[in-house]
Design a protein around this ligand. Structure first.
Ligand SMILES: Nc1ncnc2c1ncn2[C@@H]1O[C@H](COP(=O)(O)OP(=O)(O)O)[C@@H](O)[C@H]1O
Ligand SMILES: O=C(CO)[C@@H](O)[C@H](O)COP(=O)(O)O
Length: 497
């Protein structure tokens, strides 16, 4: 069996993949807490992740009805861009600053300017660092917590940290590393000269972990932890990757022509390309994939969290929220929500706040506000898909994953606002599945069986035809009007967007 673990923003999900029966034997999940402040701070303590890992693992094992000794290899997927710092003795210095932390927006602007603006960044890194990438968090730390900055021994990403907790070894892989802002996505190597802008003495360069290829293992599970988790000796830990890189593997998105959309805490829309993509806009992030290729990606920061806040406002559970949003109908009675509750990445408005527009005496109802939350967040993804298509990405159909994909209403909204057919994979926790598949790939590679990732995806990824939604022409036309209204409001309120 192979264990796949996805440490997302809101929780950790675990799947146990049975390779003989080509099916998931058990799943588990556990929620994370979040440190959040009005200035954009978004942080988590790493022990919340390991606690959730243990809980979700035990749940999955119970549901699978198997012994931990049946597990041969583990793959870990993690929220991208987070900054986890170890001191020189290997202890964690402070809570992790997350991908959605906008507190370092000013530091990001400063670094982009020092690198020569957009053109300079593209020249030196092959991408333009956005607020939320790891790079600006390091400058923020130097300016705000110099004592902690002085203690840095190793810089890790969230999934690298979990690999370190599992094995005691520090390593990184190129997919997740490509979202740091100090990695050249074209040469697939660290770009230490960028870190020298923050620490000219080379101390940050020395804190970078070694880079692995996607099919390489980090090491085996530490004996003490293996005993605690009931694992056999010598269980391999694969290189793992960012949750979107793993979501790509878990949806079979490892060759040109497929687009995956994750409706998680973030909205992430991505494709796989054999070569670095030619960008239509610096908002497209040309990350590396965890299948040794590239993963052009668009990410919006405000998605299921906005739905959560609006439904909490009215005291609705998820089912009631859907009923109200459904009742409101297309266009939300003329109300538009620009949902930038914690700033936004696409469009690049890290310091923006949200706006509710088009209110009148007739349309101000809970139902319309619920609908406006779903529409406003999905309009951002429409813009993202247009940017990906303008970069030459073909998109005939979208593979929809993440918590929001469980909603039939949201699936239809995505299909009709993006005017593209949508289908969900049978395994909804696609990032965890992708991690389990990568673990299988790693283990087969170690044994020299020659089995390719494509063969493994072919065996373990299946689509659910019952979830497929084909856009209906009348609805597409009405959403087009609502989207134009959204764009007008956006341009008026945020001419820089
Ligand atoms: N049926 C549903 N409709 C809408 N949202 C849902 C539904 N089921 C789960 N969600 C939302 O999905 C979110 C979690 O998605 P997930 O992809 O696990 O996030 P992450 O990986 O960022 O932790 C939660 O906000 C949850 O409310
Ligand atoms: O920052 C990005 C992508 O660049 C996000 O997609 C994070 O990777 C968080 O993912 P979720 O918690 O939404 O799965």
């Amino acid at each position: 069996m192979y264990l796949g673990v996805d440490c997302g923003t809101q929780g950790t999900k675990v799947v146990i993949l049975d390779p003989e029966q080509a099916r998931i034997r058990g799943e588990g999940q556990a929620a994370h807490e979040l440190i959040s402040a009005a200035n954009g701070r978004r942080e988590q303590r790493v022990e919340w992740w390991t606690h959730a890992f243990r809980q979700a693992y035990r749940q999955a094992l119970d549901r699978a009805g198997i012994d931990g000794r049946a597990i041969r290899a583990i793959g870990v997927s993690g929220q991208q861009h987070g900054m986890v710092l170890l001191d020189r003795a290997g202890a964690v210095i402070r809570p992790a600053k997350l991908w959605c932390d906008t507190e370092s927006a000013a530091q990001n602007a400063q670094l982009v300017a020092q690198l020569g603006g957009e053109a300079g960044c593209l020249e030196r890194l092959g991408l333009v660092p956005a607020t939320g990438y790891t790079l600006s968090k390091l400058l923020w730390l130097k300016q705000h917590e110099p004592e902690a900055f002085g203690r840095i021994g190793t810089i890790l990403l969230p999934h690298d940290y979990l690999n370190y907790w599992l094995t005691g070894e520090c390593a990184a892989e190129r997919g997740d590393a490509s979202g740091t802002g100090y990695f050249d996505v074209r040469t697939r190597r660290w770009a230490p000269e960028v870190l020298a802008l923050i620490a000219p003495d080379g101390r940050l360069e020395r804190a970078l972990p070694r880079l692995l290829r996607a099919e390489e293992p980090v090491a085996t599970v530490r004996p003490a932890l293996a005993r605690e988790l009931g694992l056999a000796e010598g269980v391999l830990v694969a290189s793992g990757g960012g949750d979107n890189m793993m979501g790509a593997i878990g949806t079979g998105n490892i060759a040109d022509g497929i687009v995956t959309l994750s409706l998680g805490t973030s909205g992430a829309l991505y494709a796989c390309t054999e070569r670095p993509p030619v960008l239509s806009s610096p908002l497209v992030a040309p990350f590396c994939s965890s299948s040794n290729a590239w993963l052009p990606l668009i990410c919006t920061m405000n998605l299921t969290g906005v739905v959560h806040q609006v439904r909490t406002l009215f005291g609705y559970d998820l089912e009631r929220f859907q009923q109200e949003a459904d009742r409101a109908g297309i266009g939300a009675g003329g109300i538009t929500l620009l949902p930038f509750l914690n700033g936004e990445r696409v469009p690049a408005l890290p310091r923006a706040s949200g706006s509710l527009l088009g209110l009148n005496t007739q349309n101000l109802t809970p139902a319309n506000l619920c609908r406006a939350a779903l529409e406003g967040t999905t309009f951002g993804l429409r813009h993202g898909l247009d940017l990906l298509r303008a970069s030459g990405i073909r998109c005939d159909s979208i593979r929809l994953i993440g918590g929001g994909a469980r909603s039939p209403l949201w699936r239809r909204l995505v299909a009709e606002i993006l005017d593209t057919q949508v289908v969900c994979p049978r395994v909804g926790e696609a990032a965890a599945l992708g991690a389990a598949i990568q673990a299988a790939w790693c283990e087969q590679h170690q044994r020299g069986t020659g089995v390719s990732l494509a063969e493994l995806c072919g065996r373990f990824v299946a689509l659910d035809p019952d979830s497929a939604v084909t856009p209906e022409a009348g609805a597409v036309a009405r959403y087009r009007d609502a989207y134009q209204r959204y764009r007008r409001h956006l341009n008026q309120l945020h001419p820089d967007a």
